[in-house]
Design a protein around this ligand. Structure first.
Ligand code: DAT
Ligand code: MG
Length: 149
């Protein structure tokens, strides 16, 4: 079963959007298999955003993600990597469709609330970076036959 890494960034946490965001993933039918609240170290932030290290906005990204608590999660489900990106919406909240998390809740590219892995390779890298194997829970919700054929 596919897994993806999702993080509610410091703006989402500070704005009290944790419940709202988790609700969207739950009601969609994805399964939560990892969850923690943490202050992100500079080392973790730089590793997480390493693909962007040559970009002009990289220092700002690291500063922002380390500026307050982050909710780190792993969600599981068929097609969850692309599906989560659909729930999240476009990188710039001003371009994100209404109905998406960024489209409904955000208004600035530097405050776009949430991170989601963009491909199987990045999901695997990010899950391994943020979680140990022991922190991930293998379980099947009993309602699964009503969510998935
Ligand atoms: P996404 O978070 O949608 O995967 P990304 O991986 O391209 O987007 O970029 C990572 C984060 O960097 C993004 O959430 C917000 C910030 N960012 C991206 N492009 C930017 C830009 N042109 N100016 C400022 N910040 C940007
Ligand atoms: Mg990205």
């Amino acid at each position: 079963m596919e897994r993806t890494f999702i993080a509610i960034k410091p703006d989402g946490v500070q704005r009290g959007l944790i419940g709202e965001i988790i609700r969207r993933f739950e009601t969609k039918g994805f399964t939560l298999v990892g969850l923690k609240l943490l202050n992100v170290s500079k080392e973790l932030a730089e590793a997480h955003y390493s693909v962007h290290k040559e970009r002009p906005f990289f220092p700002g990204l690291v500063e922002f993600i380390t500026s307050g608590p982050v909710v780190a999660m792993v969600w599981e489900g068929d097609g969850v990597i692309a599906g989560a990106r659909k729930l999240i919406g476009a990188t710039n909240p001003l371009n994100a469709e209404p109905g998406t998390i960024r489209g409904d809740l955000g208004a600035n590219i530097g405050r776009n609330i949430i991170h989601g892995s963009d491909a199987p390779e990045t999901a695997q890298y990010e899950i391994g970076l943020w979680f140990t194997e022991a922190e991930l829970v293998n379980w099947t919700p009993t309602l699964m036959p009503w969510v998935h054929e």
